[in-house]
Design a protein around this ligand. Structure first.
Ligand code: HXC
Length: 510
């Protein structure tokens, strides 16, 4: 019996070595951890249970029968993160570059099936070169099965992808169908085809970093939601993120104890808005002062900075925050900001996370670049997402809410449940100057007259009271009491029940 147990331990030790010590050392030299080291850091101590450690590929092409490695390039299993069950798979780059064989795919689909059946989140850690070239269509078929499960699980359990090495082919398409993608700076790349293929096909010379590094995907393509300095930081931040997320679409948001009083008043908010309406202020400051313990997990912080999206808690319960940022492009809505916020709103709605929207928006960005780029359709995405969301929606207008952007930003008219405004709010079709110049074009060359018209429009519409008189704003609140009012509103809305009419699915303007 002892011999048999010793044999088991030997087999396990062999499997844990993956592609061998030399390749493990090479990972470390590159500043990367191994698949197993990553899982250890990600999951609660001693909670990880590995499945399929001895699975091998069955390929016999190109002499592959001689290069079998137990585990076949992916470590899979389940464990807990801060006590909650999470399924995980981590690609092992030391084994044939983490490439995917049919057997490797089956290990992943087994974990995906368990996550879906048991309604728990799944995290994929990617460091891999896509379909195993030697396996041909078996590998492609394997990816197809992974992709199909990504789609099935979408909106049922949170799916998170962490990119921690060079990733190509299926190892970028599968992440692209998950809810969030995170990268590590300088060691992770995502591309459909790498720099060598790019050179051959388009004769373009480009580095891996410039083609698909973390900077590209967090600032230009918006494929990645955030990037971290190293593996350790990325994994610890994933643990933090999981605390904000529900386990599935029916579990409700996690409730954490909070030492931050819901009645906390912050008098500095009463002077946040500058006297000059054209001067910016930092919306992030407002968010940090309103949410529990200033704890805010920002999503896509480096992309379309004119809108802020992220998770926070109010009275210990997760909320999604969507807020215009007057510090960047005056907080205008453009195509990028609209797409960024629309996707975030839809994630929150999928998973029953209430949305708090903070509005200071001068409108949609005019111009040919925006129109040619499809601003109408991209702006409509955000309008569609807010209007469709049935989760509790609380809106606070701090300053400008002009034009179509007023409607879009979770207004009463598209289903805002509780709509507050600060006394500094200006709710109008446009700013006073623009309005007067259109309405009184004939008086444009008389500066005295036009100034009087601007002042008249300003006095009539640059306030929240016209909207409040009509019930479009439920209450004009004191800025310092914002946290208290939003907490109360969210509490009142805990029992909200709304159902959209039956449909197979909607037809959001993609
Ligand atoms: C088999 C692979 C492999 C693959 C890498 N390796 N990718 N083996 N199939 N797809 C092996 C290498 O041969 C090498 O083995 C080891 O992994 C490490 O790879 P290196 O190239 O030495 O590492 P690096 O220089 O860091 O480059 C990593 C890489 C590159 C950028 C991922 O390997 C690469 O471009 N690989 C091919 C990517 C690709 O085109 N994949 C197919 C995508 S199609 P040795 O033994 O030498 O150490 C696809 C279809 C899915 O995925 C469907 C999509 C819709």
């Amino acid at each position: 019996m002892k011999d048999i147990i010793d044999e088991l331990e030997l087999r396990r030790d062999n499997a844990r070595l993956g592609g061998g010590q030399a390749r493990i050392d090479s990972q470390h030299v590159k500043g990367k951890l191994t698949a197993r080291e990553r899982i250890e850091l990600l999951m609660d101590e001693n909670s990880f249970e590995e499945f399929d450690m001895f699975v091998e590929h069955r390929c016999t092409e190109f002499g592959m029968e001689k290069t079998k490695v137990p585990g076949d390039g992916v470590v899979t299993g389940w464990g807990t993160i801060n006590g909650r069950v999470v399924y995980v798979f981590a690609k092992d780059f030391t084994v044939m570059g983490g490439s995917l064989s049919q057997s490797h795919a089956r290990k992943i689909t087994k974990i995906q099936d368990l996550a879906l059946r048991n309604r728990a989140p799944i995290i994929g850690v990617f460091d891999a070169g896509g379909a195993r070239i030697q396996e041909g269509v078996d590998a492609l078929g394997g990816y197809g099965e992974v992709f199909a499960r990504n789609v099935q699980a979408s909106g049922v359990v949170p799916q998170i992808s962490v990119i921690m090495g060079p990733c190509a082919g299926g190892d970028v398409y599968s992440p692209a169908m998950t809810d969030f993608i995170f990268m590590v700076k300088d060691t992770s790349y995502m591309f459909v085809t790498g720099p060598d293929v790019v050179k051959t096909v388009t004769n373009e010379t480009v580095t891996a970093e410039d083609l698909g590094g973390a900077r590209v995907h967090t600032t230009k393509s918006s494929i990645a939601d955030r990037a971290y300095e190293n593996d350790l930081e990325a994994l610890l931040q994933m643990r933090r993120l999981m605390d904000f997320l529900p386990s599935n679409n029916k579990s409700g948001v996690p409730e954490l104890p909070s030492g931050d009083s819901p009645d906390r008043i912050d008098t500095s908010l009463d002077t946040l808005i500058p006297d000059n309406p054209n001067k910016p202020y930092d919306m992030r400051e407002l968010i940090l002062k309103v949410v529990d313990e200033a704890d805010f997990f920002e999503i896509q912080e480096a992309y379309a900075k004119n809108i802020i999206t992220g998770f926070a808690r109010m009275e210990g319960r997760t909320v999604g925050i969507v807020a215009n940022q007057p510090m960047v492009l005056a907080g205008v809505l453009d195509s990028d900001a609209s797409r960024k916020a629309a996707r975030f709103v839809r994630f929150c709605d999928c998973f029953d996370i209430p949305i708090v929207t903070v509005v200071d928006v001068p409108g949609f960005l005019p111009g040919t670049a925006q129109e040619y780029g499809g601003l109408i359709k991209h702006g409509a995405k955000l309008l569609f997402a807010f209007a469709q969301a049935t989760v509790p929606k609380v809106t606070v207008i701090t300053r400008k809410a002009y034009g179509g952007a007023y409607d879009v930003m979770s207004s009463k008219h598209i289903g805002g449940d509780v709509n507050y405004a600060w006394p500094t709010a200006e709710i109008a079709v446009m700013g006073a100057k623009g309005a007067a110049e259109i309405l009184y074009r004939s008086e444009l060359n008389d500066p005295v007259k036009i100034k009087a018209r601007i002042d008249e429009y300003q006095a009539r519409f640059a306030n929240p009271f016209v909207a409040a008189e009509r019930g479009y704003i439920d209450e004009v609140i004191t800025p310092s009491a914002t946290r208290k009012r939003v907490c109360r509103a969210l509490n009142m809305l805990r029992t909200k029940q709304v159902e959209n009419p039956w449909k197979k699915h909607d037809n959001i303007p993609l």
